[in-house]
Design a protein around this ligand. Sequence first.
Ligand code: URA
Length: 435
Amino acid sequence: MTMYEIIEKKKHNVELTTEEINWVVAGYVSGSIPDYQISAWLMAVCFFSLTDRETADLTMAMARSGDMFELGLDKFCADKHSTGGVGDKTTLVVAPIVASCGVYVPKMSGRGLGHTGGTIDKLESIPGFNTELEYDSFISVVKQAGFAVAGQTGTLVPADKKIYALRNATATVDSIPLICSSIMSKKLATGADGIVLDVKVGSGAFMKTEEEAEKLAEAMVRVGKLAGRKCSALITDMDKPLGMAVGNSLEVIEAIETLKGKGPDDLKELSIALAAEMLFLADKGTHDECVKMAENALVSGKALERFGKMIELQGGDIGIIDDYSLFAQPKRSMDVYLPESGYICGISCEKAGMVSLKLGAGRQTKESDIDFTAGIIFEKTVGDRIEKGEKAATLYTSSDCDIEEIARECSGIFHIGKQEDAVKEKIIKKIIKGY
Ligand code: URA
């Protein structure tokens, strides 16, 4: 077997055997196959795709390239994954809801490269919070709080680390089987019994159309089932930022407000739907019963209590739950006004993400530092009326960016129009069930 022959086969759209796929992944991780040959193969995959069997084989070969965690816990372990979007802080709400209903959520998350940090970065905005847990401590937090959130170890799916970096550099990210194998290999290696996927669709997502999102969701659910896990996917809106806050500590605060029963409707609705799906996979009741259970966890304050417990066990200052001034405070802020009155018909995710990045909330490169205080608080959302001179948003930063210029740019992220066009998209578009 040579890599040349395998590239040649894919170039002619010939299905690869399991043995060939295993050989490619093992060879790339060990360094015996060079970047340029894997790049050529990835590009051929982008053009000809992979069959369901090849996708499952690639996912399993990648998952097995590092540690496969056997959690060995006495309760059902559920995990969730979002394909990513602007203002997405659902993990911070969903995990404590699910944990408070008697299902473990051992969450290993990555850091973000983009408009804001990932879940790990967001949590690190809490003073003292530690995301670098040894495996035994991680499991101990899960047992006591019902959930824990830790950074992914270097030995988790090393194949994905290498392949993802190469895909980023060779314009081969946007391929459904490659995205599926990248996400699912990490989910399978972390050992959860049930996995709920939040596949975003819209201008701020990888998948721009519902058709594409459905294909990706179906591929991931299929692979999860083949690997013996319970799995389902929600296709959800990412045509506007989720909630009213974008940024690291700003999103943690919005998640806490939601756990107190006060958060924005879209975040609450999505969090309850995801949590209910995880509870359903854990056989906690009918679908309606699981929705009720998730709602009760918010209303009763049980989910908030779990959140506090997890923060305490991971070394964070639980005072932040009642006193947001304990977060690092931004050095500067600036209000954003729009040049005309009208109804808000859209808020561009891409532009909001760019504004957030310029304020310092995200990373431009893997090595960049994050400004935890930076971000945007929207005062108005899609469907609202706004008058000229009324505040549309406030920007925050502690970096020396040009905040005035960014505020001017920010006014352009709102699309103003007529009342009949200012229609809120449904947040949950479809559920792809793997059961
Ligand atoms: N997220 C991942 O982890 N991998 C992808 O390929 C795309 C999004």
